[in-house]
Design a protein around this ligand. Structure first.
Ligand code: ATP
Ligand code: MG
Length: 260
């Protein structure tokens, strides 16, 4: 596989690596191991961001963190997503990947739910020295709200811009962004978004950060302020993660309008 010094950022959706319909955190271990094996062939610089799945959204909802910060609920939610982070790091390590957990709570400050600062020096050194940092959706401190839920979907574009990533992939449970006919839209841009907008919704399961619409919103914003293209694809299908890492365009490609 690719051995370039270019950075790839890959999100593992909580809908793939956890049972998102569960009331408590449940890891889909076989899926996680399969994906870890697919990642293990990749030789370039890589950051993995995983979603919170049933380890985060359930608690965030239970303690109303999507409406108002609550320190005890925030602590419980953070402890829960940390457990998922341990499982992800263990699976990656099992296949020889030098994965290390970087918990956003320890290195990020938001303002009204948007990232104000995320400590990058450490991440850059990790990448230069052979680590694969693993971040995740988390509860983080917020200068206006006290604390907030930070989606992995927001971390991804932030890191992509700050670290000038060359490829961005979001592996979720759907084939991509599904449009009118229930099939993945091949290309989504700021100019055709309105045509597809009506078919994009939240998650079928508990998700406090907007499900597919939240994802698309983050990635279209990224397009508007950079020339970075992202891919939303089905990571629940064998070989798709590997195909993405090998440079294949799969699922829905979200890119700036041509000519921009
Ligand atoms: N047009 C659409 N195309 C694809 N999925 C859609 C669409 N509209 C709504 N969805 C829902 O959005 C879900 C994907 O968003 P969700 O946030 O649940 O996934 P995830 O990123 O894998 O999970 P997490 O946020 O825990 O990481 C799909 O499983 C589906 O239920
Ligand atoms: Mg989500």
């Amino acid at each position: 596989m690719n051995d370039s010094s270019e950075l790839v950022i890959l999100k593992l959706g909580g809908s793939v690596i956890t049972d998102k319909s569960a009331a408590d955190g449940v890891v889909r271990k076989a899926e996680l191991l399969r994906i870890a094996r697919e990642i293990s062939g990749y030789r370039g610089k890589l950051i993995v961001v995983h979603g919170a799945g049933s380890f985060g959204h359930t608690y965030a909802k239970k303690y109303g963190l999507d409406r108002k910060f609550d320190p005890e609920g925030g602590r419980i939610t953070h402890e829960s997503v940390k457990k998922l982070s341990i499982a992800v790091v263990e699976a990656l390590t099992h296949f020889g990947i030098r994965a290390v957990a970087v918990h956003p709570l320890g290195c990020t400050v938001c303002k009204n739910g948007r990232i104000e600062s995320l400590y990058l020096d450490n991440l850059k050194l990790m990448l230069e020295n052979g680590f694969v940092p693993v971040l995740h959706g988390d509860v983080v401190m917020d200068s206006e709200l006290g604390g907030c839920v930070l989606s992995g979907d927001q971390i991804l574009p932030y890191l992509a811009k700050a670290l000038q990533a060359s490829r961005l992939g979001l592996g979720s449970a759907a084939e991509g962004v599904l449009g009118k006919d229930g099939k993945a839209v091949l290309e989504l841009t700021p100019s055709n978004f309105e045509e597809v907008r009506g078919y994009i919704g939240a998650s079928e399961d508990t998700d406090v950060t907007g499900g597919m619409l939240g994802k698309v919103w983050e990635l279209l914003n990224l397009c508007k302020t950079s020339c970075i293209t992202s891919h939303i694809f089905n990571a629940g299908k064998a070989d798709n993660v590997q195909r993405f890492l090998e440079g294949e365009a799969i699922g829905t490609r979200i890119s700036p309008d041509k000519g921009n």
